[in-house]
Design a protein around this ligand. Sequence first.
Ligand SMILES: C[S@@+](CC[C@H](N)C(=O)[O-])C[C@H]1O[C@@H](n2cnc3c(N)ncnc32)[C@H](O)[C@@H]1O
Length: 338
Amino acid sequence: MVSLPDDLNDALESALARFSVNDMTQATRRLIQQYREGFDSADIVLGSEIDVAAYAAYRMPATYAAVHTALRHTAALAPTFAPQTHIDVGGGTGAAVWAAAEIWPSLKEVKVLEQAPMAAALGGRLARQAVSPVVRTATWSRATIGNKVLKGPSDLVTMSYVLGELPPAVRDGVVRSLAADTSMVVLIEPGTPAGYERIIAARDVLIGEGLSVVAPCPHDGACPIPRGKDWCHFSVRLNRSSLHRQIKTGMLGFEDEKYSYVAASTQAWPDRPDRVIRHPQKRKGLVSLQLCTRDDGLTDEIVSKRNSDAYRRARNISWGDAWDSPREDGDRGQGPEA
Ligand SMILES: C[S@@+](CC[C@H](N)C(=O)[O-])C[C@H]1O[C@@H](n2cnc3c(N)ncnc32)[C@H](O)[C@@H]1O
């Protein structure tokens, strides 16, 4: 379960206190409908103060959870990557800024590029209440992405939940420019078939630019998932605050955010383990894993209690985790990433 950091939670509560729950509920309904039905990419979706407030209340916890999880998996496979600079493109209210600062304490300088002035204003206001100096001093620039992103060099570039808002014709060019002068690019999209298609197209562009995939794929070859029949995505459970519950008119204290992502680096990191691509089935004495593997495409692996080391690891594994298959002569693997 992922929760917003306490300082972000406090900042959100105080920034949103002046809006009525009723207005935010209406705005949330409108945004959900817009995201579901699609919109003209010439429109600025987060164009009003109330829409930005609603976005921060009902979407930011979910995008934060997805970005945080994708970055955590990335960091686990690039253990010596210690970025100092980060650019977040289409940063909205700043979910990725907070997530990256938590995953990489090495960060010293963060820039956010965002077209919607009110989203940037709220993002900046929230960030200034952060405990982390790098979040507090993040700079927010107004920028509309066209065919490419004029961003300058950076160790880390993130773009979360933005590709789908860009016209299809500019997406490849945008991804190409994200890869320039950057060590690591991480792209996150909704875990829908359409979100996955955008990620897989972006992955091809990143590989074409000479980058290697870090996560989630165990290889740089073609995705083995049969197109049109299934899609690679993951799920993260997040806490819903009481405001979140009220404006989404949901009863549950949590929700599951589905997301697709790709992280690619100019450095080829060794040891890319297999990836668990569905909820593991855990029965008495057996754990059954659906895996995307480096050498054998999609496989099912059954781990039995007889292999006690592997079984212990498999009991703790989750959908989206990396998995080292046990060797014939015993277990070699490591547990799920921290
Ligand atoms: C769904 S929000 C995602 C915000 C944030 N990245 C997150 O994960 O919560 C999409 C963001 O992309 C921004 N955006 C969309 N098209 C853009 C463009 N052409 N140039 C710059 N920003 C853009 C929107 O204003 C919005 O803030």
